[in-house]
Design a protein around this ligand. Structure first.
Ligand code: LIP
Length: 267
């Protein structure tokens, strides 16, 4: 049975190689390959090339494992492991040249369903910042080797929060109403544009909390493990705080989580 720290090491190695490819392609100029769920939901040639590199590495080194990727879809495996991959999270930032994008790689056990899987290891690599966030189940989370810890609770000034907005303009009114409900908890709000980095910044104490509706499994799979291994909580809609998912994803330290979740889902 492959141990979490071994899977973490592989995720890190692949994330570094994939991130370097993304960084180089960015310097060479980015071509939009297609749009997906909405005209604003773009995919670049680099997204596709980076995910192909990740899949090739995993086929070679983890034959039989399952795969769930943003650009090339799902493939059931014959082992109990599934790799959940966003090759370039923050694609719009990447296309515009904003240096806030990341390769997000998680490996999970159980059914490849975010409602039930258990994350085993994760790597989130921000090539533009040279920052590699990583975690293994029950092994803690680190940034470039330094141990991470969430902010247990916000300061008296209020919480520094992050959120995001979907690609579908018809969802923006609801998203803005959610911001209005949450703002009484906040000192200020950030919109970074890459969910995996939002989660990583909560894990590292750069943010007190993060909330967003509409995330895909590959947006939150790795970042959620970073947060829980750094002493934070993640959740969404459902009993007991639920799990991150399309309806809602929330991440925060223990002193903020319940209030942020209630405001974000409108309880
Ligand atoms: C993005 C997320 C971001 C969200 C965007 C988009 P992508 O993922 O990281 O938090 O606000 O709408 O879903 O599309 O760049 O992989």
């Amino acid at each position: 049975m492959t141990q979490p720290h071994e899977l973490e090491a592989l995720a890190v190695d692949i994330a570094r190689e994939a991130g370097e490819l993304a960084r180089v392609r960015r310097t060479q100029g980015v071509a939009i390959a297609a749009t997906k769920s909405a005209i604003a939901d773009i995919v670049t040639e680099a997204d596709r090339e980076v995910e192909a590199l990740i899949r090739a590495r995993l086929r070679a080194e983890r034959p039989g494992d399952g795969f769930l990727g943003e650009e090339s879809g799902a493939e059931r495996g014959t082992t109990d492991l599934t790799w959940v991959v966003d090759p370039i999270d923050g694609t719009v930032n990447y296309a515009y040249g904003i240096p806030a994008y990341a390769v997000s790689i998680a490996v999970v056990t159980g059914e490849p369903d975010p409602e039930s899987w258990r994350a085993v290891a994760a790597a989130v690599f921000s090539p533009a910042a040279g920052e590699l966030f990583q975690a293994a189940a029950n092994g803690g989370a680190t940034l470039n080797g330094d141990r991470l810890a969430v902010n247990a609770e916000p300061t008296a000034a209020g919480a520094l929060l992050a959120t995001g907005f979907g690609y579908d303009p018809s969802t923006h009114a609801g998203d803005l109403a959610r911001v209005a409900r949450v703002m009484p908890l906040a000192r200020d709000l950030r919109r970074i544009g890459a969910a995996s980095l939002d989660f990583a910044y909560v894990a590292s104490g750069r943010l007190d909390g993060y909330f967003e509706r509409g995330l895909q499994p590959w947006d939150h799979a790795a970042g959620a493990l970073l947060v829980t291994e750094a002493g934070g909580r993640v959740g969404g809609v459902g009993s007991g705080g639920g799990r991150p998912g399309r309806a809602m994803s929330v991440a925060a330290g223990p002193g903020l989580f319940d209030a942020l979740l209630a405001a974000a889902i409108g309880d």
